[in-house]
Design a binder for this molecule. Sequence first.
Ligand code: RFL
Ligand code: PHB
Length: 391
Amino acid sequence: MRTQVGIVGAGPAGLLLAHLLRLQGIESVVLENRSRDYIENRIRAGVLEQGTVDVLNEAGVGERLRREGLVHHGLEISFNQRRHRINLHELTGGRTITVYGQQEVVKDLLRARVEAAAPLYFEVENTSIHALDTATPKIRFSHNATAHEIKCDFIAGCDGFHGICRPAIPAGVLQIFERVYPFGWLGVLAQSKPPSAELIYCHHERGFALFSMRTPEITRLYIQCEPDEDLANWPDERIWEELELRLGASDLTLHEGAIFQKGVTPMRSFVTEPMQYGRLFLAGDAAHIVPPTGAKGMNLAVADVRILARALAAYYQTGGTELLNAYSQTCLRRIWRAEHFSWWMTSLLHRFPDTTLFQQRLQLAELDYVTHSRAAATALAENYVGLPFTE
Ligand code: RFL
Ligand code: PHB
């Protein structure tokens, strides 16, 4: 097989890149090691920045998002048994966020790919990449027990944190920056009306909790837990009890509906520099991870592939490699801003196992400042809704 851009991974990064390239008349082949059913039902992110929504709309895949996405003008932060609203819309000159499940974005992009009859292979095995520092890098994989090789002009490593592309870069090329947090999130989906129409981020002495949603009838809830927590420790009654305590609100009702999905996410910050080696370009979680407290992961994946698609389009139009050569640097500016914001939100809201009274007082002082100073609230708001694309 021959293609222009070989794309490993059909998450938001890989699928959106394939779509943006197709709009520019650039061919690609997408390889995914899971089944279509699996990736359409994998529960992950839920908050889309304004810029992400704009990219999806401009790319013609925003029709259902506009219909079903829940536009939020603010969020709430709870501490010391009191809730404080951050008016995102007002503080950012009219910007908003949209709650729409990542798997819905994946479904919309998959449908566009399938309707265009563009190449996409599910359940591939033994993916490996070769000759990255030549003009014809190659991807090898097997599909239905048959071995294949694709000769590409470029390879996009969109295969997430545990993928094969980043590890294929020779030792010594990449610099890794990493921080692992001493806690995780237990996330559940429940068939019940969310307690509030907006997200509530809770700082509590028993640990962090987050009240989010997917639809007006489905709530998405998170509880700070051990990084390697055993789900067996969390029967449904304990989850509701703990959420009630951490929400600490007498004016809100926590509707206890059927919990139909449970999972534990460890938390880390991770950046690789550069995000390129020869003709391999990394995008999304393959290159960087943020803890989910800032709701930035999927948005960064979208921002990366927007830059990559534009750089590849420029190359095919003019032969120029200027934008491709600048890819890492261009992306890393936004990535490090999001890394800082995600680390800051995580540090502000969680209970650290080795915390001291001094650190707890600092957290409360910062929470008080963020919820009472317009300048501090504006800093939170502009990061949360996402900085505008300037590149
Ligand atoms: P993905 O989605 O992991 O996709 C990578 C794809 O590559 C496939 N793959 C391979 N395919 C072929 N060959 C191989 N050898 C392969 N190895 C892997 C995988 O099966 C997969 O389909 O990465 P991508 O596209 O970079 O997208 C990144 C996002 O998924 C991620 O950043 C977000 O989910 C993070 N995240 C959040 N981000 C937000 O922007 N807002 C949020 O509110 C938000 N909340 C979250 C989150 C992540 C969470 N978890 C579970 C980690 C909440 C949670 C709980
Ligand atoms: C979610 O709804 O899944 C969600 C919302 C906000 C976050 C993380 C996850 O910070």
